[in-house]
Design a protein around this ligand. Structure first.
Ligand code: MEV
Length: 326
């Protein structure tokens, strides 16, 4: 029996645009998904609990293509099971085995589909646990690459390497197309606001793709996000938190223009700004889920707690360690 864990992440800058080759800077945070794998004769049994911070609990025993009895949308559950199936397929491929059954237990601090990288963390931790169980020692870069293949299959070919690379490596990373590297980052005062909901990553990515095809100015908006990220990298290197905040505000405006924000995300972003945070933006695919703000005081967390539509507000630390055996 092996347990591996991997962290979630927030996007300081660059989600969506990263799918089109622009750079992005995600940062791993200390919310982890823990996956335990144990060999069995054949087939796969998944037991998943606490897949949300304070929402539902998945209690699921059965074949991975069965239906767990949970109070969340089918598409979220399908997506979660899809990531696990594909991650196990990647682990078997790495070990060169066709027949290997697994009991899989997933415990996660990361709400599903909320922009904090739950699927990437589950894919990364599953590959690490299952390959270790099968006696294969993959490099962290190999795990990141295989987890990216998982996301690509589940998201119909539309995924960047950003989420999976960040979860595998930990810390702050920079991803531009195939070029993935870890970067230095100061300890940033992340505050997260969570609306209790989730977005459909595949549908949101497809929506941006359609806008880019329909309007040149939507393609320009995606390029403008790339320009914001490049300025953001300079601010990060200088440790200039005020400039990082201004650029996060700009990044949120551009994402809003691309149609991936929501009323509750905008309300939380404005609550954070009004409370004096350095800046705030949605994080991840959008449509619902989380915002990230920078504030080293308690003001933003308090303001978010009183914001209608905000279900939870909390501080998140940068996770310096990526995937690991527990
Ligand atoms: C989702 O967490 C981030 C997106 O940029 C999609 C991706 O990079 O694969 C929206």
């Amino acid at each position: 029996m092996v347990t591996a864990s991997a962290p979630g992440k927030v996007y300081l800058f660059g989600e969506h645009a990263v799918v089109y080759g622009e750079p992005a800077v995600p940062c791993a945070i200390e919310l982890r998904a823990r996956v335990t794998t144990e060999r069995r004769e054949e087939g796969m049994r998944v037991h998943a609990g606490d897949l949300s911070l304070d929402g539902f609990t998945v209690e699921y025993e059965g074949a991975a293509d069965g239906r767990p009895d949970v109070d969340v949308s089918d598409s979220l559950v399908d997506a979660a099971m899809g990531y696990i199936n594909e991650a196990i397929a990647q682990a078997k491929d790495a070990a060169g085995v066709d027949e290997a059954g697994f009991d899989i237990t997933i415990e996660s601090d990361i709400p599903l589909g909320a922009g904090l990288g739950s699927s990437a963390a589950v894919a990364v931790a599953t590959i690490k646990a299952a390959t270790t169980e099968l006696g294969v020692d993959l490099t962290t870069a190999d795990i990141a690459d295989r987890a990216y293949q998982v996301e690509k299959v589940v998201q119909d070919g539309e995924a960047s390497r950003a989420d999976t690379f960040c979860s595998a490596m930990g810390g702050a990373v920079r991803v531009e197309g195939e070029d993935c590297r870890t970067i230095e980052a100061p300890d940033l005062p992340f505050v997260i606001g969570y609306d209790g909901g989730a977005g459909d990553t595949g549908a949101l990515v497809a929506g941006v793709r359609q806008l880019r095809e329909d309007y040149d100015f939507a393609a320009d908006t995606v390029s403008a996000i790339g320009d914001v990220v490049r300025r953001g990298e300079e601010a990060l290197a200088d440790g200039d938190v005020a400039e990082l905040g201004r650029l996060m505000n700009f990044n949120h405006g551009l994402l809003e223009a691309l149609g991936v924000s929501s009323r509750s995300l905008d309300a939380m972003v404005w609550a954070a700004r009004d409370a004096g945070s350095e800046g705030a933006k949605l994080t991840g695919a959008g449509g619902g889920g989380c915002i990230v703000a920078l504030d080293d005081t308690a003001e933003t967390t308090t303001a978010l707690e009183y914001t209608p539509g905000c279900a939870d507000a909390f501080r998140a630390e940068l996770a310096t360690e990526g995937v690991r055996i527990e």
